[in-house]
Design a protein around this ligand. Structure first.
Ligand code: FEC
Length: 299
């Protein structure tokens, strides 16, 4: 049996798990009690927990089902970067189940050495240890199925708010990635241009979101500043399209739906958000294409 390793960020199961989760994100450094409380409050504001785990599992099952329909039976495994089951746990489970060949995909379309690169390194190391021949998809920012799915969401949102200006967003990263020639900003720009073309947008803006408060500079402009600039330029409505994410989770449900919406409301700007892709059939088909192609290439 071939394995399908679907990798995503991971989320704490309960508010009590937030401390260990945050410590893991911080590379093992223990967070202060205030940092933990602050993050727990954000989860409380979105209903006590993030839906990311359920959505990731649904996406993995849907991609496996799509591959099965194409005559390519795979067994899906979910592995997280910052929560259980970790990527290495999923790979070890594959090996224990007798899987010797697998394909891996990260549920983040844009490659950065700091984000997708770290997932892939962890997956490859675990696969080497477990004796699983693993081939991974490294990015899929311009896959036509992904572009079409996002463009459809943009068009749907514009039906309700036809005069809105579209703001694409993605997670910020420390600005030092620019000195490595990291492809992340260019891949994001390419996705936005392709979606805009497909959705027929005359103009649009890109902003980063969710930067952490650390001592180093992060990529900008930040979405809050972009919203203020758009309002100052006379705009009355925006549609935020978090193009760097493929699921509903904290960074969408809190950072956009609560935090950015508050900024917008304070300055008299209407804000709507495109619906997240989650297990959208177009994106599931795109991921199945990529997985099938990677399996072909490994033959
Ligand atoms: O719903 C959930 O429970 C999880 C939501 C979640 C997703 C996510 C995706 C990305 N992150 C990326 C980069 C960074 C960098 C740091 C960082 C920190 C956090 C914290 C939380 C968090 N991230 Fe995240 N991220 C999610 C959640 N992220 C919580 C910690 C508190 C905070 O800063 O807000 C900084 C780490 C450090 O301190 O050194 C860098 C990137 C993505 C999109 C790609 C992906 O999904 O992997 C990039 C979902």
């Amino acid at each position: 049996m071939t394995g399908l390793l679907v990798m995503a960020y991971g989320t704490p199961r309960t508010l009590d798990d937030v401390e260990a989760y945050l410590a893991h994100i911080r590379g093992g450094r223990r967070p202060s009690a205030e940092q933990v409380r602050h993050l727990q409050d954000r989860y409380r504001r979105i209903g006590g927990r993030s839906p990311l785990d359920e959505i990731t599992r649904a996406q993995a099952a849907a991609v496996a089902e799509q591959l099965r329909r194409r005559g390519r039976a795979v067994r899906p495994y979910v592995g997280y970067k910052h929560a259980r089951p970790f990527i290495a746990d999923a790979v070890a489970q594959m090996a224990a189940d007798g899987v010797r060949e697998a394909v891996g995909v990260v549920l983040a379309p844009h490659y950065s050495r700091l984000s997708v690169g770290a997932y892939l390194e962890e997956a490859s190391a675990a696969a080497r240890r477990a004796g699983v021949a693993l081939r991974c998809v490294s990015d899929w920012h311009d896959h036509p199925g992904f572009i079409a799915a996002v463009a459809a969401r943009v068009r749907q949102a514009l039906e309700d708010l036809p005069d809105a200006h579209v703001v694409f967003t993605a997670h910020s990263l420390p600005a030092r990635i620019l000195s490595w020639g990291d492809p992340y900003p260019d891949q994001l720009a390419r996705t936005c241009a392709l979606v805009a073309e497909r959705a027929g947008l005359q103009e649009w803006t890109f902003a980063y979101q969710s930067a952490s408060a650390t001592s180093e500079p992060w990529l900008g402009p930040d979405v809050a500043d972009v919203l203020r600039d758009l309002r100052a330029a006379g705009r009355r409505a925006v549609i935020v399209c978090p193009v760097g994410f493929v699921a509903d989770h904290l960074e969408v449900l809190y950072d956009i739906d609560i935090e950015a919406r508050q900024v917008a409301s304070d300055i008299g700007l209407r804000l709507a958000r495109t619906r997240s892709l989650n297990a959208d059939p177009d994106v599931v088909a795109a991921l199945a294409d990529l997985a099938a192609q990677a399996l072909e290439e490994s033959r």
